[in-house]
Design a protein. Structure first.
Length: 463
């Protein structure tokens, strides 16, 4: 099928590349010319495991094109994905201006046959109908430009714009760091809309994925496809993220109690996770959840509830537990080092989770800010940020090129991101390079006994 994906970030580029890989004819549109240039040269502007290979394969089979030409994209696609960002506004509300610009642009260029406009971006509940309205506005604006000005000598009758379309909500559940895997191995596909034709086309589009043709385990039953109304699909996206964020805040609260009573949260998580009603996922206690999605999506849902005069108390609590959790490493540093002013703290990891280059709302950023405020010098080593030199959003921190340089002359290390590489560092050598060998393990990732053997004073979270 002919597909146009507008917005080539973590979601749009992965979606576009994977759809091209499974045989669709895809054009990816972005208004960032530099990104387009990079993608045209076969390079991915983001770090995501497996993405470059998928892109390269799609480029070789001529199933994918990259462009900044929205009209060409709209003309190309039978299915038009909107996958632009919906960042948070200062009041927590979702900023939908990029979605609006794209919807207007689609309307202004829509012509010819039937199209399905797909909201892939995470958008406030009710956005499906709103997008439809904006597209219609875009069509009307263009129509106006086609009508000859009254009183002009132009007698020519201009053609009517024929634009048939439906809007579908197709929320995305991929995780950064495993986005390609998640796209080929989804737990479910959610399609919200009331047009049978549009839903039918979406099912055709996803058929190879639903049938697990590209899955890690092809013997599994087909991927469940849940068809709902527009608002329910939009709500599913927010509710899923709010639930997962709340689950993490819950285990973090348990961890804080464990710290006080002398229990080990990693064992507690195992013990409760074996109950199939609870499940063992998303019970990893640590320094709190971050990233480009949980914080903004939970805030947006709280804001939506507020708009309807309802106070989302549980979600507000999940957020405030998380805000406190983000400072837990600082508290533990103060307990271990007492005065932080003039001390040097090294951060192992900067990104909000491993296997991504994304620093949006990363707990490390809070930590850097707070440590600077208290007069500590902050250094960091992150396998991807140190290598790529990407520094967007980073200040008040010296980025080192390897873990041993990081440890050199530090008074404490904080493991912020559980990069796999951090399990095999020479911690004995690192401890010897430090002024004080203190390790705050913000992700309960390291083996406490091994750390002590290597000479560290080890402090975990709820452990
Ligand atoms: N990042 C994730 O893991 C994830 C997962 C699920 C859902 N989502 C949702 O998907 C959406 C996209 O998120 P993301 O992380 O991929 O965003 P992103 O910021 O990485 O990418 C957005 C892209 O859209 C482009 N863009 C902005 N305005 C444009 C326009 N008018 N025309 C063309 N391109 C334009 C930007 O240049 C950028 O490349 C958001 O709503 C987000 O909440 C994200
Ligand atoms: O047990 C856990 C699991 C995660 N986290 C933290 O939670 C945050 C989010 O992690 P994760 O969900 O793995 O990454 P994201 O890429 O942000 O993915 C989430 O957000 C996406 C955007 O909406 C959704 O598509 C995904 O389904 C949803 O998992 C990170 O800071 C993690 O460190 C924990 O602290 N403990």
């Amino acid at each position: 099928m002919r597909v146009c994906v507008i917005g080539t970030g973590y979601v749009g580029l992965v979606t576009g590349a994977c759809l091209a890989y499974i045989g669709h004819d895809v054009i990816c549109i972005d208004n960032n010319e530099e990104k387009v240039k990079l993608m045209k040269s076969g390079q991915s502007p983001i770090f995501e495991p497996g993405l470059s290979e998928i892109m390269q394969s799609a480029i070789n089979s001529r199933n994918i094109q990259f462009s900044s030409d929205l009209p060409a994209g709209v003309a190309h696609g039978e299915i038009l994905f909107i996958a632009v960002g919906t960042p948070p506004l200062p009041n927590g509300e979702s900023d939908t201006r990029y979605v609006e610009a794209v919807a207007r642009g689609i309307g202004a260029n829509l012509n010819g046959g039937y199209k399905v406009i797909v909201n892939k971006s995470t958008v406030p509940i009710g956005s499906g109908d709103w997008v439809r309205m904006i597209v219609l506005d875009g069509i009307a604006e263009r129509q106006k430009t086609l009508i000859p000005i009254s009183g002009s000598s132009c007698e020519e009758k201009l053609p009517e714009i024929s634009a048939q379309f439906d809007v579908v909500s197709n929320p995305e559940f991929l995780r950064e760091g495993s986005a390609v895997y998640d796209t080929f191995n989804p737990d479910r596909i959610v399609l919200g809309g009331n047009s049978l034709q549009a839903i039918g086309m979406m099912k055709d589009l996803y058929a190879p994925i639903v049938e697990r043709k590209f899955a890690a385990d092809q013997s599994l039953p087909p991927v469940p496809v849940l068809v709902t109304d527009l608002s329910s699909a939009e709500m599913i996206k927010y509710a899923a993220n709010a639930f997962l964020a709340t689950k993490i805040s819950f285990i973090n609260e348990v961890a804080n109690i464990c710290d006080r009573v002398g229990a080990d949260v990693t064992q507690v998580a195992k013990g409760i996770g074996l109950d199939s009603r609870i499940g063992n996922k998303f019970l990893q206690a640590g320094i709190g959840w971050g990233g480009s999605c949980f914080p903004k999506d939970v805030s947006a849902l709280i804001h939506t509830a507020d708009d309807y005069g309802y106070e989302a108390q549980l979600m507000k609590a999940a957020v405030s537990v998380n805000e406190r959790q983000r400072l837990i490493a600082l508290e533990k540093l103060q307990q271990a080092l007492k005065i932080l002013k003039g001390k040097t703290v090294g951060l192992l990891g900067l990104t909000f989770k491993p296997d991504t280059d994304d620093l949006r709302d990363a707990p490390a950023l809070n930590l850097i800010e707070q440590l600077n405020r208290l007069g500590a010098k902050v250094k960091a080593y992150d396998p991807i940020i140190s290598q790529t030199g990407m520094r967007h959003g980073l200040s008040g921190v010296l980025v080192e090129t390897d873990a041993e340089r990081l440890a050199d002359s530090c008074d404490a290390l904080v493991l912020v991101t559980e990069w796999q590489q951090f399990s095999t560092l020479d911690y004995g050598k690192m401890a010897r390079l430090m002024n004080h060998a203190v390790m705050i393990d913000g992700r309960n990732f390291l083996d406490p006994e091994a750390m002590v053997r290597d000479g560290f004073q080890y402090v975990g979270v709820g452990r």
